[in-house]
Design a protein around this ligand. Structure first.
Ligand code: ATP
Length: 374
C-alpha cells in the first residue's frame, strides 16, 4: 500500500497542510517541536485510531479550534481509497471512507496499515507490562480489526465489575449480590477469553519472526524469546478450555477480590515476557542491545502484517534511525528496501548514507509548515 497524499487541517500545530508523497522513502527533517512527530501521529491515527502518545482528541485539535481533520489518499491493490478522521474538541470523532461517514469505527480499521517505531518504544523493554499489552493490542487491531471491539467490550465489563465490587455490601457477600457477581463473571470470562486467545495467537506468530530478526541483527550471538504469560494460565486452547481455566481462577481469587474490591483475574493483568539468552531483556545488556530487540520486534510486526493483510504496511520511524549504529541502520534499510513505504522523522541528515538520501523525498518541517527541498 502507498500513501499518496496527506492533508492535515487544524491538527496539532498544523493549520492546513497538504503533503504529496512521491518516493518509497520520505524524510521529514526539522528542529525539535516543529511538527514531524505530529505528522507521523496523524498517519498512525489513520491506521489504528490510536496514538502511541496516548493523546486525547482535544489535544490533537489545534489550539483554539473546535475540530481538526486528517484526510488521506491511499493506494491499495484494489484501488484508491480516501480516508478521513474528524476530531472534535468536544464530542465524538467521526470517520469516513470514500467520503461516506461510517457508523462503526471498526470498519475504518485495517484500511491503512502502519508500524510505528519511536524512542518511546524502548519502553517496551523497560516499561511496565501495560506497555507490552498496549503494543500487542495495537498490532492485533491491525491484524483483526474486530479485536478493537472485543477489547472495548472487555474494558467496559471490567469497569462495571470493578464498580460493582466497590459498591457491594459487607463480607461475606449476600446471596443476591453473589448472583449479580456471577453474571459479571460470566461476561468477563466470555469476552476475556476472546482477548486471551487472540493475544496468544498473535504472539505465537510474531515470536519466531522477531527471534529470526534478532539473531540476524546480533550476528547470531543472542537468542530472543517472546513468551505470552497470561494472567489466566491455560493448557487447552479451544474457547471452552480457556473459559474453564478463567472461571476456576476467579473462584480461587474470590475472597481476595472481595477484600481488595477490584478484579484480580483476567487479561488486564497479562504479561508478555521478553528474554535474551534466557535473561529478562530489561536486565540484559546495554541500551544498544535493547534497541536491537525493539528493532527486531518492529521488523517482525512489518512482516506479520504483510503476511496477514497481503500488502506491505507503512513504516513510521520517529527519530530512531540516526540513533542506530550503521550496522543496524543498514539491516533495517535492507529489510525494508523499497517495498515498505517509509516516513522518517529526523533532526539532521548528516547521519544518513548519501546514496540513500538521493533516492528519498526530503521535506523540511518548520513550525507546522512543510516545504519540499527538491
Ligand atoms: N493541539 C495542538 N495545537 C497547537 N500546537 C500543538 C498542539 N499539539 C502539539 N502542538 C505543538 O506541536 C509541536 C510539537 O511537534 P512534534 O511533536 O511533531 O515535534 P517534532 O517536530 O517531532 O520534534 P521532536 O524532534 O522534538 O520530536 C510543539 O510546538 C507543540 O506545542
Amino acid at each position: 500500500m502507498f500513501l499518496k497524499t496527506l492533508h492535515l487541517k487544524q491538527f496539532r500545530n498544523y493549520q492546513e497542510q497538504r503533503v504529496d508523497f512521491v518516493a518509497p522513502k520520505t524524510i521529514l527533517v526539522g528542529n525539535n517541536a516543529q511538527g514531524k512527530s505530529n505528522l507521523l501521529e496523524a498517519v498512525e491515527l489513520l491506521a489504528t485510531l490510536r496514538s502511541h502518545r496516548l493523546a486525547r482528541d482535544r489535544d490533537l485539535v489545534r489550539d483554539g479550534e473546535a475540530f481538526g481533520q486528517i484526510h488521506a489518499k491511499l493506494e491499495r491493490q484494489a484501488g484508491i481509497i480516501d480516508l478521513s478522521v474528524t476530531l472534535r474538541r468536544q464530542g465524538r470523532r467521526t470517520v469516513a471512507l470514500n467520503s461516506e461517514q461510517l457508523r462503526r469505527q471498526l470498519d475504518f480499521l485495517g484500511v491503512l496499515n502502519a508500524v510505528e517505531f519511536s524512542s518511546l518504544d524502548l519502553e517496551l523493554v523497560r516499561g511496565a507490562p501495560e506497555q507490552r499489552r498496549h503494543w500487542v493490542d495495537t498490532l492485533l487491531i491491525q491484524l483483526e480489526p474486530v479485536y478493537a471491539h472485543i477489547l472495548q467490550q472487555y474494558n467496559q465489563i471490567l469497569r462495571q465489575r470493578n464498580a460493582f465490587l466497590k459498591s457491594k455490601g459487607g463480607f461475606p457477600m449476600p446471596v443476591q449480590e453473589k448472583e449479580e457477581l456471577a453474571a459479571w463473571d460470566a461476561q468477563l470470562v466470555t469476552i476475556g477469553s476472546r482477548v486471551v486467545r487472540r493475544r496468544a495467537r498473535a504472539i505465537e506468530r510474531l515470536a519466531p519472526l522477531a527471534a529470526e530478526w534478532h539473531a540476524s541483527i546480533s550476528d547470531r550471538a543472542e537468542v530472543l524469546q517472546i513468551r505470552y504469560a497470561p494472567n489466566v494460565p491455560f493448557t487447552a486452547t479451544d474457547p471452552e478450555g480457556v473459559q474453564q481455566a478463567f472461571l476456576e481462577k476467579i473462584e480461587q481469587r474470590a475472597i481476595a477480590e472481595q477484600h481488595q474490591n477490584t478484579t484480580l483475574v483476567g487479561p488486564h493483568r497479562d504479561e508478555i515476557e521478553l528474554t535474551i539468552n534466557q535473561t529478562p531483556a530489561r536486565q540484559y545488556g546495554s541500551q544498544g542491545q535493547q534497541r536491537t530487540l525493539v528493532l527486531a520486534l518492529k521488523l517482525a510486526e512489518l512482516k506479520l502484517i504483510e503476511a496477514v493483510v497481503g500488502e506491505p504496511p507503512l513504516l513510521l520511524l520517529d527519530d530512531v534511525l540516526a540513533e542506530l549504529d550503521l550496522n543496524r541502520q543498514n539491516q533495517l534499510l535492507e529489510a525494508i528496501q523499497d517495498r515498505f513505504q517509509t516516513l522518517i522523522a529526523t533532526t539532521h541528515l548528516a547521519a544518513f548514507d548519501s546514496q540513500w538520501l538521493q533516492a528519498s523525498q526530503i521535506l523540511s518541517v518548520n513550525a507546522g509548515q512543510i516545504f519540499s527541498d527538491q
